[in-house]
Write a protein that binds this ligand. Structure first.
Ligand SMILES: *[C@@H]1O[C@H](CO)[C@@H](O)[C@H](O)[C@H]1NC(C)=O
Ligand SMILES: *[C@@H]1O[C@H](CO)[C@@H](O)[C@H](O)[C@H]1NC(C)=O
Ligand SMILES: *[C@@H]1O[C@H](CO)[C@@H](O)[C@H](O)[C@H]1NC(C)=O
Ligand SMILES: *[C@@H]1O[C@H](CO)[C@@H](O)[C@H](O)[C@H]1NC(C)=O
Ligand SMILES: *[C@@H]1O[C@H](CO)[C@@H](O)[C@H](O)[C@H]1NC(C)=O
Ligand SMILES: *[C@@H]1O[C@H](CO)[C@@H](O)[C@H](O)[C@H]1NC(C)=O
Ligand SMILES: *[C@@H]1O[C@H](CO)[C@@H](O)[C@H](O)[C@H]1NC(C)=O
Ligand SMILES: *[C@@H]1O[C@H](CO)[C@@H](O)[C@H](O)[C@H]1NC(C)=O
Ligand SMILES: *[C@@H]1O[C@H](CO)[C@@H](O)[C@H](O)[C@H]1NC(C)=O
Ligand SMILES: *[C@@H]1O[C@H](CO)[C@@H](O)[C@H](O)[C@H]1NC(C)=O
Ligand SMILES: *[C@@H]1O[C@H](CO)[C@@H](O)[C@H](O)[C@H]1NC(C)=O
Length: 821
């Protein structure tokens, strides 16, 4: 809002009328998702930065550090994840500040995190958050501002001139060997240098959704006032006589409070605190700090951070004409949130030595593969290239592609080996830039062919059954590898799609027999389809639909799971990674029933043709069986395209946006999941939704009069323009379209739209039209489209023929690789 006014002022002042005054950052609100379970990290960071500074609260929803739900601040820490569920991540080595200690006695200051929260209350209106900076004023009168470079956070604490009991200010700043989840292990250390005030230390912590542990180090320096004294604290007591501490976790159920502090002689000027972290050593942390922020220049650091964000966001330009500003904020804030995680830990990986990039916080790929990483492939293909290189390097050194990874550790696998989709998506979209695709291919084939001993955290389980039976049986017999024996339906569906993705890579790499094999196993989803299965409501009345996926035993007889179990309406079933979980992960059979992204044509036929398929999709959404706050719902919003009803996808996206996504702290429908929700909003509003793993974008009218996306590698601008744009969103039906001036009737475009900077002009109207409805207009599918108005079906296709026929000119050698990265 403030920046909006600034934009007006430019115009009024008339100073820079010729200059481009559009600033995407004016429409970014990092606080979206800071309450009501959005769990976003709303603080200061660079794009993919390791340093992420924010105020941490003691909310039950503090996964991203800060919350606006009335919980108090307990500290200011410099590492975070964003949007995750499960335990809170990171939040290590929190700082806290007092204007003075009563009576000048350090023992009168409150050190432990739990009790100092009493000094961390704040009013929401004191919070300011912008890309690259975050600020908050505590009721104590202390104002904290923060900004970051890649590994280093810079905090500025401004103190009132008088402390408790009107005593002169003698500020004390402490640093705590803590983390958000209280996961610190034994023998953390801290040292404070009495002369310089430098605090260094390290501790071992646990990852928030994975196995193992990690050691993190830090280095903190101060500027702005003279040091009075310094020392360490343990539990509630402190001393200026002691400057080194090694501390036990203790047996009391949570880590014993401990840390160091420095006291200053004056509050006349803000006190600047510079903290860097490193997974390598405290010395490395100090080097980061000294190299990245040599002179404690808060303004320079925050301006550089803002500029880094502006550069990342500027390739995406939408017309602000006629549209409500809240739509713009929704859109740009969504894009912003896709660049918080994954995090670039290149040079900070102690696990193996390599010249490849190292990215962390793939948290989790089950969330990220659907639209977040595909969005970055358009807006920041260089970053996705680095991420893919990092995934392949992780395979090289740990043996496997990750499914979820955080804080240098393996996270838990939720469904299939969906890094296969990420690699295939990058591959079919032409990313190169130093990616070793031979190793990338070996990595995805290993997922399909080799069962890990412990498939909790990598690869797939049940491969013997998968190969002999063509599905993952419920109550499988598996003596080779071990993992939670649930999710047999959702794993079968995801493994099938993973195999299709591998087949596309095989086809292009000329590995014909692999291609045939994986195309065949990509059809395994059919083996769990029970044609006579009905679905009834709990009062016994039928939903009216027949034919659902069902669990199946080793002996090939059917088990049973209510198709509505684990739906949005099911408040009782256990549907996550518990041993008692159901056969679908965090989603119902109803919703997973649409997850055949590569063969919608065959699925449509199984469901009784396009009109029955459309009714079933409508029922899924209209009866709230699906919930847009979790990722499996994303593609279902747009799957009407495959049934020849692209108009219904457009309607459905307006059904969810903005009703379920409003640009307020409580405005997200669920955990942002690393930016997954943000990417859904961005793609839906852009009007080109991806089917991930395929070079396919489903066309709906953008929520803006026009959208320009400049490809950062080719510099070419792709443009979608609405003719008859209606800001009331009643005219959301495409009547006709042109692509680069030629009549265009397909309801999808391929990735060359972005790399080659094509122009799509959509003419909108108030009624559904015949545009994009014919079989030849539909997106690619492995099987034949049948039952579409009597004009027969398209020819059954192999993977490469499929894309060639569909006019895709990227990876399969028709035109060759044009992207160069
Ligand atoms: C603001 O603060 C109050 C009380 O501290 C809290 O209950 C409320 O939900 C907060 N959040 C927002 C977004 O207003
Ligand atoms: C912690 O330090 C103590 C004392 O040196 C030692 O006995 C113990 O093994 C250490 N614990 C760990 C986990 O390193
Ligand atoms: C999009 O690009 C076109 C062609 O360069 C330009 O005329 C138009 O003003 C741009 N629109 C926006 C919103 O930037
Ligand atoms: C813009 O959208 C917001 C949120 O939906 C709404 O409250 C506001 O009234 C709208 N403003 C206008 C001018 O339509
Ligand atoms: C990641 O960090 C490395 C080392 O600082 C840098 O060279 C690289 O450009 C970064 N990658 C991205 C995508 O930011
Ligand atoms: C049974 O429950 C469903 C879902 O709530 C409802 O639509 C239907 O009307 C109910 N049927 C009867 C007979 O009550
Ligand atoms: C198949 O296996 C299931 C589960 O063990 C069992 O309940 C069922 O009786 C078996 N059916 C046949 C025909 O063997
Ligand atoms: C889940 O499925 C079981 C087995 O059919 C059924 O007993 C239960 O009522 C279902 N629960 C819900 C909430 O759907
Ligand atoms: C794209 O533009 C940048 C900055 O103007 C330039 O450095 C780069 O060479 C251009 N790339 C191509 C492929 O034209
Ligand atoms: C649009 O449809 C409505 C009813 O569905 C009809 O009354 C109207 O004439 C149609 N408009 C056009 C331009 O076809
Ligand atoms: C069938 O195809 C022919 C030739 O392309 C076309 O003229 C006719 O309109 C089509 N019929 C239907 C029902 O789509």
């Amino acid at each position: 809002m403030v920046l909006l006014l600034v934009a007006c002022w430019w115009a009024v002042a008339g100073k820079v009328l010729a200059q481009d005054t559009f600033d995407p950052l004016a429409y970014v609100d990092p606080l979206i998702g800071a309450s009501n379970g959005g769990n976003v990290f709303p603080g200061a960071s660079l794009p993919y930065g390791m340093a992420k500074a924010v105020a941490d609260t003691n909310s039950g929803s503090r996964q991203g550090g800060f919350t606006m739900d009335g919980a108090a601040v307990t500290g200011f820490s410099m590492m975070h994840d964003s949007g995750t569920g499960g335990s809170p991540s990171l939040g290590n080595f929190a700082l806290f500040a007092y204007t003075n200690c009563p009576g000048g006695d350090v023992n009168q200051c409150v050190f432990p995190k739990k009790t100092r929260a009493a000094f961390g209350r704040f009013s929401n209106s004191s919070v300011s958050a912008k890309p690259g900076t975050f600020g908050i004023t505590l009721e104590s009168g202390i104002r904290a501002e923060m900004t970051t470079t890649h590994h280093t956070s810079l905090f500025s604490f401004t103190f009132p001139s008088l402390g408790a009991d009107e005593e002169p200010a003698q500020p004390l700043i402490l640093q705590d060997l803590t983390d958000l989840a209280d996961s610190r292990q034994d023998n953390a250390t801290v040292t404070v240098d009495p002369t310089t005030g430098r605090i260094t230390g390290s501790a071992r912590f646990l990852p928030s959704f994975g196995t193992g542990s990690f050691v993190l180090h830090f280095c903190t320096d101060f500027s702005g006032a003279d040091i009075v004294d310094s020392g360490i604290f343990v539990n509630s007591r402190a001393s200026t006589e002691v400057h080194d501490l090694t501390i036990s976790r203790s047996i009391n159920g949570y880590p014993l409070p401990g840390g160091a502090f420095v006291r200053f002689n004056s509050a006349a000027e803000p006190i600047l605190v510079r903290t860097a972290t490193s997974f390598i050593s405290a010395e490395r942390a100090c080097e980061h700090a000294e190299n990245e922020i040599p002179d404690f220049d808060f303004t320079a650091v925050s301006e550089a951070a803002t500029e880094a964000w502006r550069a990342k966001m500027s390739p995406i330009r939408v017309s602000t004409n006629q549209v409500n500003g809240s739509m713009l904020t929704n859109f740009y804030s969504g894009i912003y949130r896709t660049m918080i995680n994954p995090q670039n830990y290149t040079g900070e990986n102690p696990l193996w030595s390599s010249d490849e990039p190292y990215f962390d916080s793939f948290y989790c790929i089950w969330d990220q593969f659907r639209s977040q990483l595909p969005l970055l492939t358009i807006t920041d293909p260089g970053a996705v290239t680095d991420m893919v290189r990092s995934l392949i390097d992780t395979y090289r050194h740990s043996g496997w592609l990750p499914d979820c990874r955080m804080s240098l550790n393996k996270g838990y696998t939720q469904g299939g080996s969906n890094a296969d989709v990420v690699l295939a998506d990058a591959y079919v979209k032409g990313l190169q830039g130093g990616i070793n695709w031979d190793d990338g291919y070996a990595a995805v084939v290993k997922d399909a062919e080799v069962e890990p001993y412990d498939w909790c955290c990598e690869g797939r389980g049940g491969l013997d059954s998968w190969k002999s039976l063509g599905y993952i049986p419920v109550e499988d017999f598996d003596y080779k590898g071990f993992g939670t024996m649930t999710r047999s339906i959702s794993r079968t569906l995801e493994y099938a799609y993973n195999d299709f993705c591998i087949a596309q890579m095989a086809a292009s790499l000329g590995k014909t027999s692999d291609k045939d094999k994986f195309i065949a196993s990509s059809g395994n989803w059919r083996n769990l389809f029970k044609a006579d299965q009905i679905s009834a409501w709990w009062n016994g009345s039928s939903t009216g639909f027949t034919g659902f996926f069902q669990p199946r035993y080793l002996n090939q007889t059917w088990g049973f799971q209510d198709p509505l179990n684990c739906s949005n309406l099911d408040a009782t079933s256990v549907c996550s990674l518990q041993n008692t979980g159901r056969e679908t992960f965090e989603s119902s059979i109803w919703e997973y029933g649409f997850f055949v992204p590569h063969d919608q044509a065959s699925l449509i036929t199984l469901y009784g043709g396009p009109s029955a398929f459309t009714s079933r999709l409508d029922y899924l959404h209209d009866r709230s069986i699906t919930y847009i706050g979790n990722e499996p719902s994303f593609l279902t919003v747009f799957q009407y395209h495959y049934a020849g009803r692209p108009a219904l996808s457009a309607l459905r996206s307006h059904f969810y946006i903005p009703s379920f996504f409003s640009p307020t702290p409580s405005g997200l429908p669920g955990n942002d999941d690393s930016g997954a929700m943000g990417s859904f909003v961005a793609f839906a509003m852009m009007g080109l939704f991806p089917n991930p793993g395929q070079p396919v974008y489903l066309i709906t009218p953008p929520f803006f009069q026009e959208v320009n996306v400049t490809h950062p590698l080719t510099n070419k601008t792709a443009r979608v323009k609405n003719v008859n744009f209606d800001p009331a969103y009643e005219a959301v039906y495409i009547q006709s379209a042109t692509l680069d001036g030629e009549v265009y009737t397909k309801n999808w475009v391929d990735h060359s739209f972005f790399t080659e900077g094509k122009e799509l002009v959509l003419t909108l109207g108030r009624n559904e039209s015949a545009w994009g409805t014919r079989v030849e207009d539909l997106p690619p599918s492995l099987g034949e489209y049948q039952g579409f108005g009597g004009n027969g079906s398209v020819k059954r296709a192999t993977a490469e023929g499929l894309w060639r026929r569909a006019g895709y000119k990227g990876r399969f050698g028709v035109v060759g690789d044009k992207v160069g990265m």
